[in-house]
Design a binder for this molecule. Sequence first.
Ligand code: DGP
Length: 121
Amino acid sequence: MSHTYDDSNIFAMILRGEIPKSTVIETDNSLAFRDINPQAPVHVLLIPKGKYVTIDDFAANASAEETHDFWATFASIIEREGLREKGFRVISNAGDHGLQEVPHFHLHILGGEVLGPILAR
Ligand code: DGP
């Protein structure tokens, strides 16, 4: 998948404040908010504010500052949402085979109940 960023994607609109969001945590470089269509009692989306299309784009091209901020925010979400004790699942869809709908890198952080098998087709 191309790493060419599309500024019209819906998470870019959320970052610009053009559509509402339910914020969980916001930092200088990262934003976490609740998924509009939750698949579990806890379903948080974590995104960098930078223009990265997929997880591999972020892994290859994000700065040390962005990377540190992102994972520090991830740890805060696990703590604040009470997910550490019972566990959780993290998913990042990428590209066509991953069925990525929104072309701005995001982690789905899911928990709050026993989750099903890793894949249902
Ligand atoms: P993915 O297939 O991994 O790209 O998932 C995109 C997710 O984004 C999907 O679970 C639904 C969520 N989503 C789409 N539009 C919005 C929105 O406007 N607000 C919020 N909070 N979530 C959205």
